[in-house]
Every structure is written in structure tokens, then in C-alpha cells.
Design a protein around this ligand. Structure first.
Ligand code: 15L
Length: 273
């Protein structure tokens, strides 16, 4: 599959550039920054929030070749003002969706986030696991933007028959370092497995999965991912005896979004300073 990967210079993007190539995909990088030294393959430097720039990238790709799918990771991975968050996650998604429809690209894999549902209390979850059908319950403007991007992709899936998989990623790290991450960790290798499955699963329509590893202490339901062919292998429990308890663990572990809920990220929607 020829895959356009946005946010290719970011921490997840770099892992996927290599991992998806190893799995036989031809990966074309797209990022705000030029191709970092040591990275191979085709590359576009452009701002995904600029629909003209995105249209130019697609025009260049389709003049030479074609694109079978987009993996969209570009965007600021933390809290910001509401306009900045919407630009970073919703407008970028919109620009890509329009270009996909124009060029007949049928599949989008989205780097979603657990923070789209981060305000959900863990107490009372059925079998202790958060289902994907749960109410969108963002914990930040970042979470609002990730949730909004999901609703936008749902519209394009229904309107244009696109296949869309939103991967609500947990904690993407080389290894878990906090108690919460013993539940929310996504290993590098499982991340590659997850995106490969989301790219290749037959006709998912609009689907959501939780992007975590096969963690013994998982709070999020892995069944929706498994039904799409995502079979995680790694388990954060293998690091449990090296993870030091922290003072905020109890508060962080009471809600899905952890420090995004309890970590004083509250601010007005508009940054007027
Ligand atoms: C995310 O979505 C963030 O981008 C990342 O910085 C982590 O905080 C992660 O979630 C998490 O919940 O651990």
C-alpha cells in the first residue's frame, strides 16, 4: 500500500516510517519540517492546516503515482487554546479529507487520543473496561479537538463512503514509566501492528479502537481493535517492578485522562494575552 503519513517527523511518525516500510508499505512522509537526517523515502514539507498546501501535496503525488491511504498524526500532542487545538487536529483533518475525496483515496487512519474520552471516571466501567461506544467526554481542548475530528471523519465516512479508523492512542513510549502507563502504554511495535491492521482490515467503515498494548492492567477495551485485526503483543506489566509510585497516582488513575484531568490544564478557550 502507498501511504501518506502526516506528522512523519514526530515521535510516532518516525517509528511508523520504519515499521510500516518493514511491513511492505511504501510510506511517503509529510510534515511541517524538512525530512530529518537519516530518514529515507519520499517526503513533503507542508502545513496540513493549509488546504492549498495539502492540495498541492496530493496533486504532486497523483502526478507521479497514487496514494492508497492516509495515516494522519500531524498536530500538537498536548493542550493549547481552543482555536489552536481545532486548527491542529480538525482543520488538518478537514484539509486531508477534502483532498482524499478529490483524488479517490478511500482510507484514513487517524491518530486519535484517549483524551477524547478522558473525563470519564473509571469507577463503574463495565468489567472495568471503557467501551468505544462511550460518550465523547473530552478532558481538554486537545480532547475536544480529537473528539471533533472523529465526528468530522464520521461525516465523511457516511457522505463519501470512506473507510476511517480512529486509533485512540494511550501512552506511546519506549517503556512505561508511571503507574498510569501500566494500563495505558502503547509499545512501539504494537503501534506499528495497530496502524498496519487499521490500514489493511477489510471495509471497516467508520471505526474506533483503543491504541494500547496487551496490558494486564488495561482499562480500555481491546475487543474493538481485535475485531479489526489489531492483536497487541507487549504488556506493560513486564516493567511493573521498575515503575516507581507517584504522589498523584490515585487521582490520575480515577479518570481515563489521568494528568490531563487532574493536572491544572484548565484555561479560557481563547488565549487573549
Ligand atoms: C496523548 O494523547 C498525548 O498526546 C500524550 O502526550 C500523552 O499524554 C498521552 O495522551 C497519555 O494519555 O498518556
Amino acid at each position: 500500500m502507498r501511504v501518506l503519513l502526516t506528522g512523519a517527523a514526530g515521535s510516532i511518525g518516525r517509528v511508523l516510517m520504519v515499521g510500516l516500510t518493514e511491513r511492505g508499505h511504501e510510506v511517503v512522509g509529510l510534515d511541517l519540517v524538512p525530512q530529518p537526517d537519516g530518514m529515507d523515502g519520499a517526503w513533503h514539507t507542508a502545513d496540513c492546516a493549509d488546504p492549498d498546501a495539502v492540495a498541492d501535496v496530493f496533486a504532486a503525488e497523483f502526478a507521479e503515482s497514487s496514494v492508497d491511504a492516509v495515516v494522519h498524526l500531524a498536530g500538537h500532542p498536548g493542550e493549547a487554546s481552543l482555536p489552536d487545538s481545532l486548527a491542529s487536529h480538525v482543520l488538518t483533518t478537514a484539509a486531508l479529507l477534502d483532498a482524499m475525496v478529490e483524488h479517490g483515496v478511500r482510507r484514513l487512519v487517524f491518530g486519535g487520543s484517549n483524551h477524547a474520552v478522558g473525563h470519564t471516571p473509571r469507577a463503574g466501567l463495565p468489567d472495568g473496561l471503557l467501551p468505544v461506544e462511550t460518550r465523547l467526554r473530552p478532558d481538554t481542548f486537545y480532547g475536544v479537538a480529537k473528539a471533533s475530528a472523529e465526528t468530522l471523519m464520521s461525516l465523511y465516512a457516511d457522505r463519501h463512503g470512506l473507510d476511517v479508523v480512529s486509533c485512540r492512542i494511550g501512552s506511546f513510549r519506549p517503556e512505561p514509566t508511571r503507574v498510569r502507563e501500566l494500563a495505558t502504554w502503547l509499545s512501539h511495535d504494537d503501534c506499528v501492528r495497530m496502524v498496519d491492521a487499521a490500514l489493511t482490515t477489510p471495509a471497516p467503515g467508520f471505526a474506533v479502537l483503543y491504541g494500547i498494548s496487551h496490558n494486564t492492567r488495561a482499562w480500555w477495551d481491546l475487543a474493538p481493535g481485535r475485531s479489526l485485526g489489531y492483536d497487541p503483543v507487549d504488556d506493560a506489566e513486564d516493567w511493573a517492578d521498575r515503575v516507581e509510585p507517584g504522589l498523584t497516582d490515585e487521582a490520575e488513575n480515577a479518570v481515563v485522562g489521568g494528568s490531563f484531568v487532574v493536572g491544572s490544564l484548565e484555561r479560557p478557550a481563547f488565549d487573549r494575552s
